[in-house]
Design a protein around this ligand. Structure first.
Ligand code: MG
Length: 265
């Protein structure tokens, strides 16, 4: 039997103060959570993010997910975005980011799997420390990953919005995944760039620290991003792990770690 390592989930989304529509989408299932940031003219970004999130929602309540299932579903999402664009000329070129977190089964125990295409992000928050789990698929993100730019420099870099991987392209670029064991007391923030372009990491950390309830934290993060400028749509999902009981699922020694989530600040 798989123990759900999460206890509570909160979510919030806002159009912001400048955009006329909200082209972000998100979904919270029983075992998969995802945010998406759509792009494309004539409201097509909204269509792309909704199609992609809708595809992920189809597997979001499954209790037996594997990383392969998630990657396969992202490919299915990609095909659906492409086929909608092929049928509707006004949707040509539309696409979306996808960033999510899911409970997967590894060696019979529940693990987290984070997955990402694009520049929406997944952060892990534990003991006052906020680490970015995902790597941005953007020109600037690649420079940070290679060490050429610091996170702080990237925050204000002129080409920080240039996304290098997107759902809605043929062929689909590789889907990045990270698998790691659950840990009591940890929380995760899934967000579109409307959050991180407005709030720096210390600000996000303070909000998480002072708002242990995930729904309150998600609502305040979005509200503060809108207050700070709201130049883009902003969407946040906060996942809080179970305290104590999930310790039974932790098995550090046998866990495949694609990436050490503590290794990036
Ligand atoms: Mg955005």
């Amino acid at each position: 039997m798989i123990v759900q390592p999460w206890a509570r989930v909160g979510r919030a989304s806002d159009r912001g103060r400048v955009r006329t529509r909200n082209e972000d989408s998100c979904h919270v299932g029983r075992s998969l959570f995802v945010v998406a940031d759509g792009m494309g003219g004539h409201a097509a970004g909204e269509v792309a993010s909704r199609i992609a999130v809708g595809a992920m929602a189809e597997i979001a309540d499954r209790a037996d997910l594997t990383v392969a299932d998630i990657v396969e579903q992202v490919h299915r999402a990609n095909r659906r975005v492409l086929s909608s664009a092929a049928r509707h000329p006004e949707q040509t070129g539309m696409g979306t980011t996808l960033a999510g977190l899911a409970v997967v089964t590894v060696g019979g125990s529940a693990h987290w799997a984070a997955f990402n295409v694009g520049d929406s992000r997944i952060y892990r928050f534990l003991d006052g420390h906020l680490h970015q789990v995902s790597v941005d698929h953007s020109e600037v993100g690649e420079l940070v990953e290679s060490g050429a730019l610091t996170v702080e420099e990237a925050q204000h870099h002129p080409s920080r919005h240039v996304v290098t991987r997107i759902v809605g392209r043929d062929p689909l670029a590789p889907v990045d995944t990270w698998v790691f064991p659950p840990y009591p007391g940890e929380r995760f923030v899934l967000c579109t760039d409307g959050l991180t372009n407005e709030l720096d990491l210390p600000h996000i950390r303070i909000i998480l620290e002072s708002n242990p309830d995930p729904q309150t934290a998600a609502a305040i993060l979005v509200q503060e991003a809108v207050r700070a400028g709201g130049r883009d749509n902003v969407t946040v999902v906060v996942v809080a792990s179970a305290e104590g009981s999930s310790a039974a699922t932790i098995d550090e020694d046998t866990t495949p770690r694609v990436r050490d989530v503590g290794g990036r600040t």
